[in-house]
Design a binder for this molecule. Sequence first.
Ligand SMILES: NC(=O)c1ccc[n+]([C@@H]2O[C@H](COP(=O)([O-])OP(=O)(O)OC[C@H]3O[C@@H](n4cnc5c(N)ncnc54)[C@H](OP(=O)(O)O)[C@@H]3O)[C@@H](O)[C@H]2O)c1
Length: 274
Amino acid sequence: MEKISLHNGVKMPQLGFGVWQVEEKEAVTAVKKALETGYRSIDTAAIYKNERGVGKAIKESGLPREELFITTKVWNSDQGYERTLLALEESLDKLELDYVDLYLIHWPTPEFDEYVDTYKALEKLYHKGKVKAIGVCNFDIEHLRRLLDECDVLPALNQVECHAYLAQHELKDFCKQQGIYVEAWSPLMQGGEVLKDDVIRKIAQKHGKTPAQVIIRWHLQNDTIVIPKSVTPSRIEENFQVFDFELNTNEINEMNSLDRNERKGPLPSEMNIR
Ligand SMILES: NC(=O)c1ccc[n+]([C@@H]2O[C@H](COP(=O)([O-])OP(=O)(O)OC[C@H]3O[C@@H](n4cnc5c(N)ncnc54)[C@H](OP(=O)(O)O)[C@@H]3O)[C@@H](O)[C@H]2O)c1
């Protein structure tokens, strides 16, 4: 498993396991299967309502805490300095953990204009050691610029929708210049059209791999952190078998040019639900 080094030196597996839309009970089974397969990084969120399930799976896996990298996120309705401090306590309680490895703001919700205060709470939690790294999700360049101007700790990463049809070239370039990693959510486009793309299928056939494996490999070789989700045991394994082949420069370029600016989720500036 390849690990990347976040700007503060914290090591994070570049391939992790996402659990959005996995209900509590199923999360126990899926996360246990993922940990058995070799994943060590789990991405959950307060709003996924499965933190207890993730915590149970971690406990039952018997793996040492220091081998794991656990991410959770503060939901929009908990934004604001004091509420965020409490939200982390609730998440830790559900996860049955003393700290998380990464704590993220889930959406900037710019209409409410609280993300700077929220981020300051993350900084406080970081300095207290309750979270080993802090970052954001779904931040556009303008939202990141504001944090860079008004806050002290550089976000370790920005978790955004990213797949072959939404390559995020501009945002990625900006993040790279700043030393902020990009983490891809919906890396398989939620099991959608990218898996049927002719270019991707052709590359997959050449390598004797599946389209999903080629897509995950493309994310990895583009220096992106990637967190595919599956509740299907064979797919959990399939998505992890990506360290025994490499895409060449032409293949990476071919995949980079599939971008259509096509989203599954909302535009971050327009997502103001609480
Ligand atoms: N920060 C945010 O705002 C945000 C938003 C969305 C997601 N996320 C995070 O990112 C993670 C991943 O994104 P996602 O869950 O939206 O979508 P995804 O990982 O792109 O795709 C998951 C879907 O693809 C299917 N799938 C998985 N592996 C497959 C394979 N090898 N072949 C064919 N189909 C496959 C899954 O089906 P089965 O499960 O039925 O196998 C599921 O329907 C989430 O779980 C969550 O942790 C974050």
